[in-house]
Design a protein around this ligand. Structure first.
Ligand code: ATP
Length: 334
């Protein structure tokens, strides 16, 4: 039976990597009934709203979505579509696994960590205003409920996968009340998971440790903004934004999407690397119980990347998005 999945192709390179991902997914033999919904610029250009209600209706029905990046205007314009969807559906856990890929040489070996980022509060609460002329204020909202559930999610994620260590990342030396509450909540959950090693790290030190000894980390749990920044840093450890997958998970559903943005500098050129979206698709396949197909897709990507003949430009190759997808389809068939 075909799996009902909401498809949000996004804009910029989103449409290109989505098309490539759909072709590769088709080659896995898993059947999907895609419910395609356009948002952001694409919806606006068709005379629709920036965020049509169908998005929520569809995800509430299917419970799962594959999504490409959607552009967010900088300093003004509409609110981030990505953040609004995550908050409206209360997809509180942003999960971003980071691993070395075969054949992709970086200064770091042994990277196998996962960032678990709180997705609904922190400095993304959207509460910003001018206090008076020349003075802006942005509120960071940390709640007991939000911090406790993300802490529990992180420890449970580690337990399920046999990951031996959880690190809470914070800045409670400066933000004593807000990050202090976050730490208090993680510490309260921690005794439920006695088999898991636990430590705490200040976010600036964590950034340094990640680019010196990334192999020390297992699961890192943190609030929204630190997670956003450290996710990109971690993508850089293993080959860049083009290879980094992610998932946004809550009680109401799950959205799988690469961590990168719409890359306007290369959009329309056919150069984008779909690996981040394809790895997100393997997470989706696992989520819907198609573990064998997920493993085959992962193995096909490993084989093509290891061989190194067909690689996108961000990884030092010359292949375009479609050529790389073709190589993956061939690897899946073989
Ligand atoms: P956002 O604010 O939406 O997160 P961003 O400012 O982080 O966006 P990205 O769109 O993620 O920007 O792009 C950052 C850089 O990484 C750009 O130079 C872009 O070309 C490159 N990049 C991002 N994704 C890919 C990809 N899939 N393939 C190749 N290059 C990519």
């Amino acid at each position: 039976m075909a799996h009902d999945v909401t498809l949000i192709p996004g804009d910029g390179i989103g449409t290109e990597i989505t098309a490539a991902t759909l072709r590769v997914l088709d080659a896995t033999g898993v059947e999907f009934a895609w419910d395609r919904v356009e948002v952001g610029e694409v919806s606006l250009a068709a005379g629709g709203p920036v965020l049509p209600e169908e998005v929520y209706d569809s995800i509430r029905r299917t419970g799962v979505s594959l999504k490409g990046p959607v552009a967010t205007p900088v300093a003004g314009g509409h609110r981030s579509v990505n953040v609004t969807i995550r908050k409206t559906l209360d997809l509180y856990a942003c999960v971003r696994p980071v691993r070395n890929l075969p054949g992709i040489k970086t200064p770091f070996d042994g990277v196998d960590l996962t960032i678990v980022r709180e997705n609904t509060e922190g400095l993304y609460s959207g509460i910003e205003h001018m206090v008076t002329e020349g003075v802006a204020e942005s509120l960071k909202v940390i709640t007991h409920k939000g911090s406790t559930r993300i802490a529990r999610y992180a420890f449970e994620y580690a337990r399920k996968r046999g990951i031996g260590k959880v690190t809470a990342v914070h800045k409670a030396n400066i933000m004593k009340v807000s990050d202090g509450l976050f730490l208090e909540c993680v510490r309260a959950v921690r005794p439920e998971f006695p088999e898991i090693e636990y430590n705490e790290m200040i976010v600036d030190n964590c950034a340094m440790q990640l680019v010196r000894w990334p192999e020390q980390f297992g699961v890192l749990v943190m609030n929204n903004l630190y997670g956003d920044i450290l996710s990109d840093l971690c993508a850089g450890l293993v080959g860049g934004l083009g290879v980094a997958p992610g998932a946004n998970i809550g009680e109401m559903g799950a959205i799988f999407e690469p961590i990168h943005g719409t890359a306007p500098d290369i959009a329309g050129k056919g150069w984008a690397n779909p690996t981040g979206m394809l790895l997100s698709a393997t997470m989706l396949l696992d989520h819907i119980g198609e573990d064998a197909a997920a493993a085959r897709l992962k193995a096909a990507m490993d084989a093509v990347l290891e061989k190194g003949e067909v690689r996108t430009r961000d990884l030092g190759g010359k292949a375009g998005t479609d050529e790389y997808a073709d190589a993956l389809i061939k690897a899946l068939a073989g």
